[in-house]
Design a protein around this ligand. Structure first.
Ligand SMILES: Nc1ncnc2c1ncn2[C@@H]1O[C@H](COP(=O)(O)OP(=O)(O)O)[C@@H](O)[C@H]1O
Ligand SMILES: [Mg+2]
Length: 444
């Protein structure tokens, strides 16, 4: 197939395959862009029902325009070969991603919100996907989830589920050595029973996918479809957090609600599930920010007087100012270290004055002191306060801030400029510096 031209699409390389056929990367020779070309398999081309599904998928997808649903560009037939032209997605299927292990919680929640959003869009158009599984979900290089393959999707008022179930069962990939992976493993209890399906069936399958993303494992396993069905219909899997300690308990609750056997007690809509996932995402981000802030405060050691008070806007500024200043100093030190030798025991960090904008005179002169106390805890830093010595002047402002600091700090300036000149290639001071360094090393 590679190198062949189907209509005006030149087939370049295979991207993946599924129950309906093979998907290739192809070049649209008219528009000069690359696309994904799905070719209906030879057997499917002779099967009127498969043809029907193919066309149904095309109609359904073209009716759904959503950032997390793969866009359909065109369909056609070339020398008896049915094809579908889609946007080319760069990345990998969720199936391939999960094969490498569980998805980290942050990424997992981002992708979960995207998928819930796509399902909400489909369901609001009365489309039930009915084959939500990792092979039909794609993660782009930019971390966006895309729902693919509406081949067994159904418009709510049409089609008979039991017939489709039989076809899906026939297409299930059942492996031999005790592990069964395939469409049946993602079926809802009502789908397993061959009952009429609605949007809530997709939410059960989505719950199975979320479980697998979080743990790398299926919630319902077995050597045969019958054993898997037994699990789907009767068993409660271990909580995801029991298999992956980084999973928050709220995620367990969301998955448990999606995996309710009785659809009346399950999530009733993708929008409801999306809201819970979004809330959890926000809480995870907020708690991470709080932990990062408290770690930074502990590292820099905000004074006890502050830590025992409620952190009001002014107190937050009090804590934030040393952190910000430390970051600025660290940045200056790093900048310097790229052009000058690394810091040694002889180097000094200069702390200029802080402007106390809290409006509380209690903090006058205490901000730089507090930061200096904390910096002194490091054996590598020798902070020096420049209280009231450094005043911004027109000259200061026209040169980089560290030049002004050097001028204001006298001996520090001399020390640093000597060290800078030592780095000049061929400098006559180079041997002297080396001997000073060896003396220090010998003393140590
Ligand atoms: N638009 C696309 N861009 C890139 N890869 C795709 C695209 N569509 C499908 N694929 C790849 O092909 C595989 C099969 O696609 P799918 O639409 O599920 O086909 P089938 O209907 O045969 O199951 C997917 O798992 C994915 O890896
Ligand atoms: Mg598929």
């Amino acid at each position: 197939m590679i190198g062949r031209t189907i209509s005006h699409y030149k087939v370049l390389s295979p991207l993946g395959s599924g129950g309906m056929g093979v998907v290739y990367e192809a070049e649209d020779t008219r528009l000069g862009r690359h696309v994904a070309l799905k070719l209906l398999s030879a057997e499917a081309c002779c099967d009127p029902q498969a043809m029907d599904r193919f066309l149904r998928e095309a109609r359904i997808v073209s009716s759904l325009s959503h950032p997390h649903i793969c866009t359909l560009h065109d369909i056609g037939e070339h020398e008896g070969q049915q094809f579908m032209v889609m946007e080319l997605l760069e990345g990998e299927s969720l199936k391939r991603r999960i094969a490498r292990g569980p998805v980290p919680v942050d990424d997992l929640l981002d992708l979960a919100v995207h998928i819930a959003d796509a399902l909400d869009a489909a369901h609001s158009h009365n489309v039930v996907h009915r084959d939500i599984k990792p092979a039909n979900l794609f993660i782009t290089k930019r971390g966006q989830a895309k729902v693919l393959d509406f081949g067994v999707a159904k418009l709510a008022e049409s089609g008979r589920d039991a017939d489709d179930l039989a076809r899906t069962m026939a297409a299930a990939e059942v492996t031999t050595a005790g592990s069964t992976v395939g469409t049946v493993a993602y079926m809802s209890p009502e789908q397993a029973r061959g009952q009429e399906l609605d949007a809530r069936s997709d939410l059960f399958s989505f719950g199975v996918v979320l479980y697998e993303m979080a743990t790398g494992k299926h919630p319902f396993t077995g050597a045969t479809p019958a054993v898997i069905f037994e699990g789907i219909l009767t068993k409660t899997p271990p909580r995801p957090s029991e298999l992956n300690a980084s999973i928050p308990p709220e995620f367990d609750r969301i998955v448990a609600k999606a995996l309710e056997k009785d659809r009346e007690t399950r999530y009733q809509s993708a929008a409801e599930m999306r809201a819970d996932l979004k809330r959890l995402k926000r809480e995870t981000e907020t708690s991470r920010t709080a932990v990062a802030a408290s770690t930074a405060t502990r590292t820099l050691g905000a004074p006890a007087a502050v830590s025992t008070r409620a952190v009001t806007g002014r107190r937050a500024l009090f804590i934030g100012a040393p952190i910000l200043t430390a970051a600025v100093i660290a940045g200056m030190v790093m900048w310097q270290s790229q052009r000058a030798p690394a810091l040694t025991a002889r180097d000094t960090v200069v702390l200029a004055d802080f402007t106390n904008r809290t409006g509380d005179s209690m903090f006058d002169n205490t901000l730089s002191e507090a930061l200096a106390v904390q910096l002194r805890q490091s054996p590598f830093l020798k902070p020096r306060l420049l209280r009231n010595k450094f005043k911004p002047t027109a000259r200061n402002r026209s040169s980089p801030p560290w030049e002004a600091l050097r001028r204001a700090s006298g001996s520090v300036s001399a020390n640093r400029s000597r060290r800078c000149s030592d780095t000049t290639p061929g400098s006559r001071k180079q041997p002297r510096r080396r001997s000073r360094h060896s003396k220090r090393t010998a003393r140590a």
